[in-house]
Write a protein that binds this ligand. Structure first.
Ligand code: GFB
Length: 324
């Protein structure tokens, strides 16, 4: 396997975290505070990233040296399945505007953030980087996946035609502080934390879990992801995207059991198989990242404890989390 590496120092640089209010962006800001760089952020009311002129004007004025492209419309299986237009349009246009503006403003380095759903639904497991575009996508999130595949290809095209140092990272399913705990939009980890906590508080006997409980997923703690992204920004300059994960997965049933332990819920689970399972298994092959010298640190149970702590500390901000 060939991996391309060279060192890019962030100290003293102006670094734009696009999407700094999101779970990934806020973890990146926390992590970058240790790098001695100037962190640039812009709010949604100042610049709508879906408007090309607004993005170009802002980038030309702020002149970042480096960009982490973590701005995206994201959500769990239900949000993806029911809001396909938003997932494809927002993501295509945000990444196109930022990548193009970064090139015109001579940004030195850009990291585009994709998702493990870019790989075919039935890709061999664990999924290697070269599984991209080898088969049909999972239907529930194909809209988001197509936009993220376009983002990888954008970065690659600007590298190929203009020599821009634009790279891509593909994280597995993420969770952690700053997650979305609102059940209609959330991913499985925050949904189970919120639902299990609500059941414990109300004395309910059961928590509803979508699907059969049999799908397998790999979960990466978001502060580990932020560390990997800074590592890649500094060490990697290859055309091919890089998977970021832990290298191990659990069933949704096993995840629910772990959440029960962390929350301290004594009831059981009811599996609603009228809800979609999505991809049967999603485990990334992380050997390329391991070869570069990075590995995840936070075990799932510890990450769930940290997430539950964050949820408890922030409940007042989101009344009704976990309620139906
Ligand atoms: O986290 P999740 O929505 O994302 O669902 P995906 C993972 C699994 O957990 C599915 C099950 O099999 C769900 O049916 N699940 C069980 C639940 N209970 C719940 C619940 O209460 N809420 C949710 N959300 N799931 C997403 C994609 O797929 O993965 C995105 O839709 C993105 O595009 C993301 O790529 C990483 O792993 O199925």
């Amino acid at each position: 396997m060939t991996v391309s590496s060279r060192s890019y120092e962030l100290a003293g640089k102006r670094v734009w975290v696009a999407g700094h209010r999101g779970m990934v962006g806020s973890a990146l800001v926390r992590r970058l505070e240790r790098e001695g760089c100037e962190i640039l952020t812009v709010t949604r009311t100042e610049v709508d990233l879906r408007r090309q002129a607004e993005v170009e004007d802002w980038v030309n004025a702020a002149r970042p040296h480096a960009v982490f492209l973590a701005a995206a419309t994201v959500g769990g299986i239900l949000a993806n399945d029911t809001r396909p237009a938003e997932f494809i349009y927002d993501n295509l246009v945000i990444e196109t505007n930022i990548v193009h503006a970064a090139w015109t403003a001579r940004v030195e380095k850009l990291l585009f953030l994709g998702s493990s759903c870019i790989y075919p639904k039935l890709a061999p497991q664990p999924m290697r980087e070269d599984a991209l575009l080898t088969g049909p996508l999972e239907p529930t999130n194909q809209w988001y996946a197509v936009a993220k595949i376009a983002g990888i290809k954008l970065a690659e095209a600007y590298r190929r035609q203009y020599g821009a140092d634009f790279i891509s990272a593909m994280p597995t399913n993420l969770y952690g502080p700053g997650d979305n705990f609102e059940l209609k939009g959330s991913h499985v980890v925050p949904a189970l934390i919120a639902k299990t906590h609500a059941a414990k508080e109300s004395g309910a006997k059961e928590v509803e879990v979508w699907g059969t409980g049999k799908p397998r997923r790999e979960f990466l703690y978001v502060d580990d992801l932020a560390d990997a992204l800074v590592f890649l920004m500094r060490q990697y300059s290859g055309a091919e995207h890089v998977n970021v994960g832990t290298g191990s997965d659990v069933t949704i049933r096993e995840l629910a059991e772990l959440v029960r332990k962390v929350v301290g819920f004594e009831g059981g689970f009811r599996f609603d198989s009228s809800k979609p399972d999505g991809t049967p298994r999603k485990l990334l092959d992380v050997s390329k990242l391991a070869q570069l010298g990075w590995a995840a640190r936070t075990p799932l149970e510890e990450g769930l404890r940290l997430s539950y702590r964050w949820f408890l500390d922030h409940q007042a901000e989101a009344r009704g989390w976990g309620a139906r």
